[in-house]
Write a protein that binds this ligand. Structure first.
Ligand SMILES: O=C(O)CCC(=O)C(=O)O
Ligand SMILES: [Fe+2]
Length: 323
């Protein structure tokens, strides 16, 4: 189905100086309910937030561009065949326009430094400064959203977080412009596997999300917005009250597209489990509890049709479904 520009995903303003961000205030409560509704009905929303200064955002994209501009041989040194979806991932036949760097613990200067030094022995300070600052701020934003979700379900008093242990995976993406006049898949339709994703794009659109009734909508986030996605693990935690949204990137036009995302992932060995408050007669348990590392392995080893092509939304149900 094509994209329908009539429908829009919810846009939520989180301004750090405002009293709406005082936990417990009426404004806070209203925001919590808006975040919850967006996560349940769309599995995504745009957040307008003044947390990350526009200059820092510009600096991160300029640092990312310089990394992608390095010769292929250098970038290949960052490949990580031992760990799926980590390190440098170059374009391939099923993803010819896209290349990515995925770095664990993306808010930590030293982990950015040890990754970048492998592909570029010197000159990484600007990159590491810009990304560690940005990802720290995105982690703070993720923490606020997590508290909002807990409070929206009345679970905030008993729980400090959704899972015991999580880590932020920083992914930088570049999509080459397609051949002139063509529109091409930049990133195949999928759901994110972790808890929550916060994405930032550099004003070249291409991101599309699927509504619950199967229509694709193009997103055009404002230059200071972020796009947030519910991932499979958050959906599982919520006993499927929240919706893990299917999304993709479609490239058109003549400009390359750059984006980066902070992916909040349960640390390997962390159990994803719906709290008992989500389970009752009206809401029987949909997914069994699971170790996130086992889910990633299952996903890696599923056959191509299930994984990407036909039924990507089935993976979490195929892996952990009870009913
Ligand atoms: O580049 C984008 O905007 C989306 C990338 C994405 O969906 C992903 O890396 O999981
Ligand atoms: Fe994604």
């Amino acid at each position: 189905m094509g994209s329908d520009s009539q429908i829009q995903v919810p846009v939520i303003k989180l301004i750090s100086m405002g009293s709406d961000l005082d936990r417990g205030s009426e404004g806070w409560h209203n925001l919590c309910m808006r975040v919850r509704e967006a996560c349940e009905n769309y599995g995504c929303f745009e957040v307008i937030c003044d947390k990350i200064p526009i200059e820092l955002r510009t600096e991160t994209f300029s640092a990312a561009r310089q990394l992608f501009d390095l010769p292929v041989d250098a970038k290949q040194k960052g490949a990580n065949p031992m760990k799926p979806y980590r390190g440098y991932i170059g374009p391939n036949s099923s993803n010819p326009l896209n290349e990515a760097f995925a770095i664990e613990d993306g808010s930590n200067y030293d982990s950015l430094k040890s990754f970048t030094e492998v592909i570029r022995p010197v000159g990484n300070d600007q990159f590491c400064q810009a990304f560690s600052s940005t990802v720290k701020l995105l982690d703070e934003l993720e923490h606020i959203l997590e508290l909002m979700i807990l409070d929206a379900y009345g679970l905030g008093e008993k729980n400090k977080s959704i899972v015991e242990c999580k880590i932020t995976l920083l992914r930088l993406m570049k999509y080459k412009a397609p051949p002139s006049g063509e529109s091409m898949e930049g990133f195949v339709a999928h759901t994110d596997k972790g808890l929550f994703t916060i994405l930032c794009e550099d004003q070249i659109s291409g991101l599309e999300v699927e509504t619950k009734d199967g229509q694709w909508i193009k997103l055009s986030p404002s230059p200071s917005s972020f796009v947030c996605f519910v991932g499979d693990s958050l959906m599982a935690w919520s006993n499927c009250r929240m919706h893990a949204v299917k999304h993709r990137v479609t490239m058109g036009g003549d400009k390359d597209r750059y984006s980066f995302g902070a992916f909040a992932l349960p640390v390997d060995g962390t159990i994803v489990k719906a709290p008992k408050e989500f389970i009752d007669e009206e809401h029987p348990q949909v997914l069994r509890e699971f170790d996130f590392a086992d889910y990633l392995n299952f996903f890696m080893n599923s056959n191509f049709e299930v994984k990407w092509a036909k039924l990507p939304e089935l993976t979490i149900f195929a892996f952990a479904g009870i009913l």
